[in-house]
Design a binder for this molecule. Sequence first.
Ligand SMILES: Nc1ncnc2c1ncn2[C@@H]1O[C@H](COP(=O)(O)OP(=O)(O)O)[C@@H](O)[C@H]1O
Ligand SMILES: [Mg+2]
Length: 396
Amino acid sequence: MWVVHQIHPDIQIHQIHLDSPEPGECRVPTTENPFRPTAGATPPEVIGRSGLLDEFEYGLDLGSGAPGLLSIFTGARGIGKTVMLGAAHAVAREHGWAVIAETATGTFMGRIGEKMRRLTHELADNPESRRRITGLSIAGFSITSQLTPERQVDWRELGETLLTLLDERGTGLLITVDEIHAADRAELAQLAANVQHFIQDRLPIALIFAGLPSAVSDLLNEGVATFLRRADKIDLHAAAVRDVEKSYTDTFAAANINIRPELVSEAATATGGYPFLIQLIGYFLWREAEKNNGQLSRDAVDRAITAGIRRNERVVIEAALAAASAKDREFLHAMSIDDGPSATADIIRRTGSRPTLIAKYRNRLLDAGLIESTEHGKVDYAIPGLREYLRKNPDS
Ligand SMILES: Nc1ncnc2c1ncn2[C@@H]1O[C@H](COP(=O)(O)OP(=O)(O)O)[C@@H](O)[C@H]1O
Ligand SMILES: [Mg+2]
């Protein structure tokens, strides 16, 4: 087959490999596109997150009450919170723990109760276990409405029974709740109170939450679930660009995709280490390689970067802006004049709005995960590319 080694865009060296398949049979890249630019999807490589679950894993061995068993992942949209929850599920399962994964939409206590009920049934495989669960009210939980006070009592009893059965087997239960910024506060308080109770009873329970930073800090400060302040708060940030570069280099080399180091570096820099862009740009680079028999020229790399950024704008930025009011956007546009964090005083001056009004919109935007507060009471965009997008689209 013909293998084209590109040293420079204008110079190509053609080589014949006699032991390779006939032309037409060979396919470069040699595997399927491994990138996963989809919310929550497991990426080909989880970049820059090593060690983050060490405390949790250690906690699984220690058992009830270990600090790592109570954790909260926070970070902007697309930073990789759901992926970390998935990684925690995998670690827990490796240790033989049962896992209940929920998202905080609608009513989740009933759904968790229902899953606990099924797990309990599955465990009742011997007479002793069966005896333990007889007499326990384990009728199904409504998964569409909030738990009534009586069902709350059932929920706790069921939890105790299930955790006792798991404890006897030397394992435990991990409950994760994603997107807690969207959660009903009363339900979160209920869940937290129950988990606290299980921990006091030395039952093997782990709880991990994930959500947008401002919503999580509000939640902890409001006293909805004071005991959650003890949780290990893990704030996720962008990965280092050099780690992205290394990951791209390895992934492409393994699939026989030919790309010059400086172009890999350019693509990695364009991601800013932001996980969703890592997947998007990687995905489009791979598509370009498929169209060009494994070769990634400068033009192809530029096209992939543009396509990745555009898709991030549509999926993350425009979706986030769609939920913003005209006044929210005015605030956001006023920030785009700055190259870094914006001072409240400047936003007041640029918009000509009253300070109380600006304070109100500041809170709204913090809650929506569009901005985050930085040092000295300044605010900055919480989503990569938002500043550039607003500058490019002054009418958005
Ligand atoms: N550490 C990582 N390295 C590379 N890609 C990642 C990483 N974490 C997440 N991703 C990718 O980024 C995207 C967003 O991840 P997700 O967990 O859904 O973010 P969040 O829940 O914070 O919005 C997904 O396409 C996922 O595959
Ligand atoms: Mg998520």
